[in-house]
Design a binder for this molecule. Structure first.
Ligand code: CA
Length: 215
């Protein structure tokens, strides 16, 4: 199970990563808001976010992340003032812990949040992708994608806002397709996915590939 940790204090992050790994978690460590946003943590079951970050504050980062990913979040804060705590909960945070904190306590809180598991859902406008169940829905209605269509769409989701080249898509769907998918076939698949989703969130980047927008 992967945890997104956004913390710029190396002493704290080192200790946290060590303890989390000892407890069977894998950790995606980011030191800035920018790094956390570009890490596209679609596979993270939980986020631990420090409030004071070099390029912004954890609250702003959380708001941005929440637009894309429905990940349970614990704020890690040096500020034990009522305002910060109220703000965290107002924004929808699931928990917070004040530094210095006991690792045992943090682990207990993580276990509780993971057990209450909201799962790993990504929202793009009306469309929701459940990466655990490999299911896509629109306005609550299931969108039936074939395995290959899902694979292509989830690649775009995982790289939301970035260009995914046709070469990379073709390379990664090779195994699943069982035979060679050529360039024209890919165009057809993309057209089908767009039709099923009923939105234009997949943009064609001429001569390069595709990009998921509207997130
Ligand atoms: Ca900090």
């Amino acid at each position: 199970m992967n945890i997104l940790l956004v913390e710029d204090n190396k002493t704290i992050s080192k200790g946290l990563v060590y303890s989390l790994e000892q407890n069977g978690y894998t950790v995606t460590l980011c030191e800035t808001c920018e790094a956390a946003l570009s890490a596209a943590p679609f596979d993270c079951a939980l986020a631990i976010i420090d409030i004071g970050l070099p390029d912004g504050n954890g609250f702003e980062l959380y708001k941005e992340l929440k637009r894309l990913y429905d990940i349970p979040t614990v704020f890690l804060t040096a500020y034990d003032d009522e305002d910060s705590v109220v703000k965290a909960f107002d924004l929808g945070a699931d928990d917070y812990i004040t530094k210095p904190f006991s690792m045992r306590e943090l682990l207990a809180r993580i276990r509780r949040l993971v057990a209450s598991g909201k799962g790993c859902a990504v929202k793009i406008g009306d469309i929701e992708i459940d990466l655990d169940k490999k299911a896509v829905s629109k306005c609550g209605e299931t969108v039936e994608l074939t395995a290959l269509e899902y694979r292509i769409f989830s690649m775009l989701v995982q790289n939301a806002g970035k260009i995914v080249t046709r070469e990379i898509i073709l390379e990664r769907i090779w195994d699943l397709a069982g035979n060679y998918v050529n360039d024209n076939t890919l165009t057809v698949y993309i057209r089908r996915i767009r039709k099923k989703l009923g939105t234009d969130c997949i943009k064609t980047v001429k001569g390069l590939g595709y990009k998921l927008e509207g997130v």
